[in-house]
Ligand binder design. Structure first.
Ligand SMILES: *Cc1c(COP(=O)(O)O)cnc(C)c1O
Length: 388
């Protein structure tokens, strides 16, 4: 009997090692892993470059308090700001800590300019920003908040795609709009570029902040470093996590200058956030992602993958409803519940993950090989054929 609480519906399968796009189970079977810890292992399993960077740092110093200067975190922050909209960074250890820090920063900004009543955050109903008390009430999902006591105040909601509702929901107390640039858990729903540009305009007009949660779609997953770069806009605050650590727990909130200056000494902190071990891995991840041609290749692989999936959709129109996605954040929306489909893929040695709206979520590592995508395509086609 497991001593682990039952808060997950775990699959039976366990793994003893991984390499690149593959996982090897304790029963000696080899799987193509297109979950990768849910968009976490951006460079695949046991990446030799990351292993080397981590081992090198492990022999020097693992952890020191943020009461001291940490050169590895200085370096990672500098690189994140040089390549993006951001001027300043606060490091955390997970996605939800990053989204919480984003909410705190937005509120603190209005506090710092003498408007403390502007503290409400406007989010999409049934979105996903993590599992702390604040984050579950930010998502406004009944399922996630049920049984967890009094509602955390300060969050308002509008429905996905309801532009009128969004404008109506902005009040004089709204501090920020917080959305995922591409919604992961909610079913791989990509916010179109024109929508993002509109959002930026609305925020400018209303003098409120734009928070884009790129915990899942950020750090190269979309084929650009940030998914919002396609829309050529600049948000004010961006929480990131998953991909930046390549499997090591790292979260961060990126901010522009006007927001960041509100985060004065003592206003926020994290014991582990930005420690030397984590930061050396984060820097190694960026070494790879910032390599010339790396993101262009993600875009190329994405185009190939999505066009092949659309071909399968045309061949099995009664099974597949829609192919969604951006970069290597891909969703296959089925007409029926996707659980059986995902199990069949697993039986054929392809690991995928579910998302809302009957979506099969497909998340290869960003350095996946074209041949590996082609193997996945074959398996997906085979499963469709058997179900037909
Ligand atoms: C996964 C995720 C989070 C939460 O990250 P954790 O590391 O699980 O806390 C927040 N926002 C988005 C968009 C995510 O995909």
């Amino acid at each position: 009997m497991s001593a682990l609480a039952k808060n997950y519906n775990r699959r039976k399968i366990a793994f003893k090692r991984g390499r690149g796009s593959f996982l090897y189970s304790t029963k000696g079977k080899k799987y193509l892993d297109f979950v990768q810890g849910i968009a976490v292992n951006s460079l695949g399993h046991a990446n030799p470059y990351l292993t080397k960077a981590m081992n090198k740092q492990a022999k020097k110093v693992w952890h020191v308090s943020n009461a001291f200067t940490i050169p590895e975190s200085e370096k990672l922050a500098k690189r994140l700001t040089q390549k993006t909209f951001a001027d300043y960074v606060i490091f955390q250890n997970s996605g939800v800590e990053a989204t919480e820090a984003a909410i705190k920063a937005a509120r603190r900004y209005f506090y710092s300019i003498g408007k403390p009543k502007k503290n409400r955050i406007l989010c999409i109903k049934n979105s996903f920003h993590g599992r702390t008390l604040a984050a579950i009430f930010a998502s406004g999902s009944k399922k996630m908040t049920e049984g967890f006591g009094p509602k955390v105040p300060g969050f308002d909601h509008f429905n996905f795609g309801d532009h009128k509702g969004l404008k109506k929901a902005i009040t004089k107390n709204t501090a920020a709009i917080m959305i995922e640039t591409a919604m992961g858990e909610s079913g791989i729903k990509v916010i179109p570029d024109w929508c993002l540009r509109d959002l930026r305009k609305i925020c400018n007009k209303k003098k409120i902040l734009l928070i884009l949660d790129e915990v899942q779609c950020g750090v190269g997953r979309s084929g650009k470093f940030f998914a919002f770069e396609y829309a050529k806009i600049k948000p004010d605050i961006v929480p990131i996590a998953k991909g930046i650590g390549g499997g090591f727990p790292i979260g961060a909130v990126l901010m522009n200058k006007k927001v960041a200056i509100a985060m004065t000494p003592g206003s926020h902190g994290s014991t582990f956030g930005g420690n030397p071990l984590a930061m050396s891995v984060g820097n190694a991840v960026l070494d790879q992602i910032f390599k010339k041609g790396f993101l262009k290749n993600v875009q190329k692989l994405s185009k190939h993958f999505i066009s092949e999936l659309n071909q399968i959709k045309e061949d099995y129109p009664e099974i597949i409803k829609e192919v969604r996605g951006i970069g290597l954040l891909i969703g296959l929306q089925l007409y029926n519940d996707q659980t059986k489909f995902i199990k069949k893929l697993e039986d054929n040695k392809l690991l995928t993950m579910k998302a809302a709206e009957n979506v099969v979520r497909i998340l290869p590592p960003l350095n996946v090989k074209k041949q590996e995508i082609d193997v996945a395509i074959k398996i997906i086609r085979k499963v469709c054929d058997k179900l037909n």
